[in-house]
Design a protein around this ligand. Structure first.
Ligand SMILES: [Zn+2]
Length: 299
């Protein structure tokens, strides 16, 4: 039995066909047509689905979608989304895609999908209690408890990027101030890098860390301490067996992982198990496929 897994982000739409063992076929990634708006994004999704179905005629039995934003999984609706996906808020994605493709569609948040993927084939294999924290443009989180994704009644559970690290700290677009996301996301690192050198972004910062520039080291050390502080709070709230760290910033993790681990050890008496994600940018497609497989296998 094959399904389509699709990952909708503000930058790219990724999709592929997955079988029940997690083998991927026909993997594609196209830029999300954000400037053309919601209808263009939906048209792009439909086109990718049709192109994939041609590769495995009669073999596809369902579609799993992980989308940025807060998702009401039972209704298949996007409850909240930022302008990274214009017009996305309120869209009943399941209804729209089911009508167009005549296949059952299952939808969840993109970070939840990635967590499901890591549990199936990646760093969380064998664990029923884990948290995925993604460090990218923002900071995302997903909770798996007793082998189940925890969404919350309004799709808002696991928003670990908005744990408050510093009262009256840097204002956040969520309306709070001092959120973790304002210190340990890629966006935050770009901003912090500029405070050291106006020509730097986060990539320059990492290059300077590798070159042992003391100003860059000081900044990345603070980043590691702040991230560890956030993870300690997550550990205390959810008591996960593992905390998996994923997202684009993980490309640079050899430059800061030891510092993170050291602050996590010195900051708490609780034994934390922090591990890098393993599936990279395929986690979302694979997790979305797994969501679909779980439903069609059960029914
Ligand atoms: Zn916030």
């Amino acid at each position: 039995m094959d399904v389509i897994g699709m990952d909708i982000g503000g930058t790219n739409i990724k999709a592929g066909i997955a079988d029940s063992k997690g083998q991927l076929f026909g993997e594609v990634s196209v830029p999300t047509p954000v400037k053309e708006g919601k209808e263009a994004i939906i048209a792009c999704m439909k086109k990718l689905i049709e192109e994939l179905r041609v590769l495995r005629p009669e073999m596809i039995s369902a579609i799993g979608i992980g989308s940025a934003g807060r998702i009401d999984t039972s209704a298949g609706r996007v409850v909240y989304a930022t302008d990274n996906l214009p017009g996305w808020m309120g869209t009943n994605l399941r209804e729209v895609i089911e009508e167009a493709c005549s296949l059952p569609v299952f939808i969840d948040n993109d970070v939840n999908a990635a967590a499901w993927g890591e549990g199936w084939l990646g760093a969380a294999q064998g664990s029923s209690h884990y948290v995925l924290v993604t460090l990218g443009t923002g900071v995302g989180g997903a909770l798996v408890h007793n082998g189940q994704l925890i969404n919350g009644p309004r799709g808002g559970a696991g928003e670990v990027g908005h744990l408050i690290l510093y009262p009256r700290g840097t204002p956040c677009n969520c309306g709070q101030a001092g959120c973790l996301e304002q210190y340990v996301s890629g966006t935050a690192l770009n901003r912090l890098a500029r405070t050291v050198n106006s020509d730097w972004n986060s990539y320059d910062l990492m290059k300077q860390v590798a070159a042992a520039d003391p100003r860059a080291i000081e900044l990345i050390d603070r980043f590691a301490e702040e991230l560890a502080t956030g993870l300690i709070s997550i550990q205390n709230i959810y008591d996960p067996e593992r905390i998996i760290i994923g997202g684009g910033l993980m490309e640079t993790h050899p430059l800061w992982w030891d510092r993170l681990a050291s602050y996590a050890v010195s900051g708490t008496l609780v034994n934390m198990h922090i591990v890098p994600a393993q599936l990279g940018n395929r986690a979302g497609i694979l997790g979305a496929a797994r969501l679909a497989l779980d439903h069609v296998t059960v029914s």
